[in-house]
Write a protein that binds this ligand. Structure first.
Ligand SMILES: [Zn+2]
Ligand SMILES: [Zn+2]
Ligand SMILES: [Zn+2]
Length: 326
């Protein structure tokens, strides 16, 4: 595996990733009893009676001993798979999914995300640290045991790079955060809002890429998830996240979830430097949830254009009607 940089879009592409599909998951490596098989990075609340633990991924995409140096091939750039790849085992119960968890249990998951983000960002080689979750066989989940994954990479993923560029441009022009502008308008108009709890809003974005795409955002501006959320206000976020995925479960049991937060701003040089000047003001962390309601359409993979049959206003209306209670 290696990273290659697209000289036109300047985004990095993983080339030569082996296909792990079909690897056995019996016995489940995430279940209690497998603790001795490897290192545990974090136990909540403690080792003896853990409810959640974080482990290095058994088949990591990125490794701490990966090659950092960039090498050139004529006009092209390539880089090794340096980074970190971790699994947050969200519960010890094999059959319990995130949508079945209490607010307190989901809050523990959010606490673990924040703790790992802070820890991994201490490594200045890592430009970007993110959290994602693939739930359901159609989302490409690796284990049916409820988990989310944390990855640290030496590059900023393409979608984030686009968001960062767009947010910076908006800010340069208007001296306002584009996400705050979206929130202000959509909260006022209500039609794309699914629910608000405390500072947090769940909404179907104006240009949703897939039916029922939902974002969760804080109304108080902050560029970093790990600094903005505190153990106290994470309870509201946990509650809204749980209620939102329960609403979405009426539509599909398969979804991708990804946390979008700012890159590692502790870095002092490199390609990110141009973003730092205004990043605290121009970027706004959020969670994106993309339910999978149908087999991936060919249109995106070929033309990179999204065709979404459903208007987000209708999606939000329908989601509001579903029972979000546990
Ligand atoms: Zn299990
Ligand atoms: Zn903002
Ligand atoms: Zn985003």
């Amino acid at each position: 595996m290696e990273l290659r940089k697209d000289p036109i879009t300047k985004s990095w592409v993983i080339v030569g990733h082996p296909d792990h599909a079909g690897l056995p998951e019996e016995p489940c490596p995430l279940c209690p009893g497998s603790e001795a098989q490897g290192e545990t990075l974090l136990y909540y609340p403690n080792k003896e009676n853990w409810k959640l633990r974080v482990v290095p991924h058994m088949r990591p995409l990125y490794r701490a001993d990966g090659e950092f140096a960039r090498t050139a091939e004529g006009i092209y750039d390539r880089m090794g798979m340096l980074g970190a790849h971790e699994v947050v085992i969200e519960t010890r119960d094999h059959s319990r999914s995130l949508q079945q968890m209490s607010d307190d249990e989901i809050k523990l998951v959010l606490d673990a995300w924040a703790a790992r983000l802070v820890e991994l960002k201490r490594d200045r080689r890592f430009k970007y640290v993110t959290v994602f979750k693939n739930h359901g066989p159609m989302a490409g989940e690796e284990w049916s045991h409820s988990n989310s994954q944390v990855s640290a990479s030496t590059f900023v993923p393409r979608r984030i790079l686009y968001e960062l560029r767009a947010a910076r441009e908006w800010y340069a022009e208007k001296e306002r955060c584009v996400f705050c502008d979206i929130l202000r308008q959509d909260v006022k108009h209500k039609k794309r809002i699914v629910e608000t709890i405390g500072d947090y809003v769940a909404l179907c974005p104006f240009a949703s890429r897939v039916p029922y795409e939902t974002w969760i955002m804080p109304q108080t501006h902050h560029y970093l998830f790990e600094s903005a959320t505190t153990p106290e206000n994470r309870r509201d976020l946990a509650r809204l996240l749980g209620r939102t995925i329960r609403r979405l479960s009426h539509i599909s049991d398969n979804y991708h979830l990804v946390l979008h937060t700012a890159p590692n701003t502790q870095l002092t040089k490199g390609e990110l430097s141009q973003y730092w000047k205004t990043i605290a003001g121009d970027y706004h962390w959020h969670i994106e949830i993309l339910p999978i309601v149908e087999k991936r359409s060919k249109s995106y993979s070929i033309k990179e254009i999204y065709f979404n049959a459903q208007k987000p206003e209708q999606a939000a209306e329908r989601l509001r009607e579903f029972n979000p209670e546990l």
